[in-house]
Design a protein around this ligand. Structure first.
Ligand code: MF3
Ligand code: CO
Ligand code: CO
Length: 440
């Protein structure tokens, strides 16, 4: 009898497991062949704590979905009332007009409409390691529960360095792809789509997606947006300066880089901002070698940009990176005396200065992500993931022979051509590429 019961129980458990496995089993790549990661659009995963403008799929008109958290009951009720006169079906949830946005934006960039957040699911149980630990619930676990001493920095093992090189190389390829999509009339959401699909196709995960709840797969920061701009339906305009920031998670390791792209032609002041930002960044990168202090990097960057009339953002910093997205060392982009440790071979970290035309003070948007300047003036940023070698430093996210040569690389007073690093090996590789691209 007890055998019968346990047999039935085993069958029940098997059926339960099997049904839970179905979406995983069914999750093969749309193009037909097996892929480790599959991404699905997921309207249900839209953050639920405020009004979100969403594209109505049936009519392609703009509608506004309201999905209230219990804490926001009051807002929800008044909105629901308003929508009942116009809506049908989703009438309680959909309104044709949203509340007037009275947020005191600093410049002319406004939040646009976000498309639903994508979900990435695994195509087999075995490949769990291909999702970072925050992918499903938005909360990073590893390296985030313990307060790290700022001077304690992980030295990566040689096999980890190899995986990070692969992640860095992919991040660069994706950044180049995203950058080629930058054109007048293109929306930042379209750039996000290109980036997202290429990362999944490469068997990697777009690190920003659901990182602390971030809604998209990359950051697109236009003009006065300093960083963490959320891709949306805003079209790029002639003259816009946009930073595209790409991070990929490949085989358990993150690679992080960003670059500026100019939409059409550029004014003189914008040109000076981009040149100064690029040059201070390369100067800082060139300074890196074993035995030096991380705190020295800030002054190197400020000493380049301040005499040119620009300012450096203090609220965001560069960071250690590896199997964890953000860890020690903290890289401050302004003069400081913080005990942020000493550089050593096989440290991996980013330098990513945000340089402003006017004030470097930050205005945070109600979306809890977008950071703009307080005066609405523009900000620029570049970022590499770097690895320290015995004889200097190398950019794991360096450009390759197919990358786009930008004017600030051609006209730099610090380094002409693609900068690959200061190690002997990096200089040799750079010479081979730059001798070709600079003569054109
Ligand atoms: N890529 C950014 C950085 O350079 C971080 C983006 S986190 C996100 O550190 F959640 F905003 F995407
Ligand atoms: Co980045
Ligand atoms: Co970074």
């Amino acid at each position: 009898m007890s055998k019968l019961v346990s047999g039935a129980f085993a069958i029940f458990i098997f059926a339960l497991c099997y049904s839970m496995m179905l979406p995983i089993v069914a999750a093969f790549h749309p193009s037909g062949y097996y892929s480790r990661l599959v991404s699905l659009p997921s309207p249900s995963s839209i953050p639920t704590d405020r009004w979100y403008r969403c594209r109505d799929r049936t009519t392609s008109s703009q509608t506004i979905l309201f999905m209230g958290k219990s804490g926001n009951k009051k807002k929800k009720n008044s909105a629901g009332k308003k929508s009942t006169s116009t809506g049908k079906g989703f009438s309680a949830a959909i309104a044709t007009e949203g509340p007037i946005d009275r947020f005191p934006y600093a410049g002319s960039v406004r939040p646009g409409n976000q498309s639903p957040q994508r979900k990435v699911i695994l195509s087999s149980e075995a490949s769990r390691e291909f999702l970072p630990d925050y992918a499903l619930d938005g909360r990073p676990k590893k390296g985030s529960n313990m307060p790290l001493l700022p001077w304690v920095i992980e030295v990566k093992k040689p096999d980890e360095i190899e995986k990070m090189r692969a992640a860095g190389k992919l991040a660069r390829e994706i950044l180049d792809l995203g950058g080629r999509a930058v054109k007048p009339g293109v929306t930042t959401d379209e750039i996000d789509t290109v980036v997202h699909e290429a990362i999944i196709e490469a068997g990697a995960y777009p690190s920003p997606l659901n990182y602390h709840g971030f809604p998209k797969s990359c950051c697109t920061s236009v003009n006065e947006v300093i960083c963490h701009g959320i891709p949306d339906d805003r079209k790029l305009n002639e003259g816009d300066l946009v930073n595209v920031d790409i991070t990929v998670y490949l085989n358990g390791y993150h690679g992080d880089c960003s670059e500026m792209f100019v939409v059409g032609s550029i004014d003189e002041q914008g040109k000076a901002l981009l040149q100064a930002t690029y040059d201070c960044w390369i100067k800082a990168c060139e300074f890196v070698k074993p035995g030096r202090d991380y705190k020295e990097l800030g002054a190197i960057m400020e000493d380049h940009i301040v005499p040119r009339g620009f300012s450096s953002v203090r609220n965001f910093c560069g960071h250690g990176i590896g199997s964890v997205f953000h860890t020690t060392p903290n890289i401050l982009h302004y003069r400081n005396n913080e005990p942020n440790g000493q550089m050593a071979t096989r440290h991996t970290f980013t330098i990513e200065p945000m340089i402003c035309e006017g004030s470097a003070k930050v205005l945070n948007w109600p979306d809890d992500w977008t950071a703009t300047t307080v005066d609405g003036k523009r900000s620029a940023q570049f970022e590499h993931t770097l690895v320290i070698t015995p004889d200097g430093v190398e950019a794991m996210t360096c450009k390759n022979e197919n990358s786009m040569l930008q004017f600030w690389e051609k006209e730099s007073e610090v380094y002409k051509g693609f900068w690959l690093g200061s190690s002997e090996d990096a200089k040799r590789r750079a010479e081979a590429i730059n001798s070709k691209i600079l003569e054109l």
